[in-house]
Design a protein around this ligand. Structure first.
Ligand code: PAN
Ligand code: ZN
Length: 186
């Protein structure tokens, strides 16, 4: 049997489909009003309509060393006054833990940065695997007009430090430009 408490984990398989991903773990939904402070500006229409910006479907894995958490994120398309929808972004609380993303649908950027001031933006989409090394914060930005869907796997005990990113932000913000995307210093 699959146990979230992790006592009797045995090999198992879960299916996902476009319409109903059921990974049998937590389902996290982030709406605009929950995360509006991460964007440079606010949009009264979005505040009123409060759409889902992204949702996460986790596997039924206990957050302990030795396990691997896996999940799928769906990041919906849209902008806040031109700034593309994005995830909150985080460092891992246990900083020496890496993560792998596999793009399934849509097109996005993974913004990565370290506390030493390094910054990188890498593309994610179908047929792309992104490796996020230990110590790198990561935030996903949907730069397409369709949902960006990706699979992720990381050490289950890593934890999420959102506070550091909330305080310091990411070095760059991504806006829709006349001829593509614009990187704007925050
Ligand atoms: C991802 C993210 C997920 C949502 O699975 O948790 O895409 O982004 P936020 O956690 O920044 O809101 C991951 O990197 N997990 O470690
Ligand atoms: Zn992560």
């Amino acid at each position: 049997m699959i146990s979230k408490e992790g006592k009797d984990m045995k090999p198992f398989v879960v299916n996902f489909s476009d319409i109903g991903i059921d990974f049998k773990g937590n389902h996290i939904v982030r709406k605009y009003n929950d995360i509006k402070h991460i964007f440079k500006t606010t949009d009264p229409t979005l505040e009123r309509e409060n759409p889902v910006i992204y949702e996460v479907f986790e596997g039924p894995i206990q957050e302990k060393e030795g396990e691997l958490m896996f999940l799928i994120t769906i990041l919906y398309p849209g902008t806040v006054n031109g700034e593309f929808f994005m995830t909150k972004g985080h460092y891992h609380t246990v900083e020496n833990t890496a993560e792998v993303y596999l793009g399934l649908r849509g097109k996005g950027l993974i913004l990565c940065q370290t506390k030493k001031g390094e910054f990188e933006a890498v593309e994610i989409g179908p047929n792309k695997v992104v490796y996020i090394p230990p110590f790198w914060a990561h935030r996903t930005v949907n730069i397409s007009d369709e949902p960006l869907i990706f699979f992720a796997v990381y050490p289950a005990h890593a934890g999420h430090d959102y506070e550091t990113v909330e305080k310091e932000g990411f070095k760059k913000r991504i806006f829709r430009g006349d001829n593509g995307i614009l990187f704007v210093e925050q």
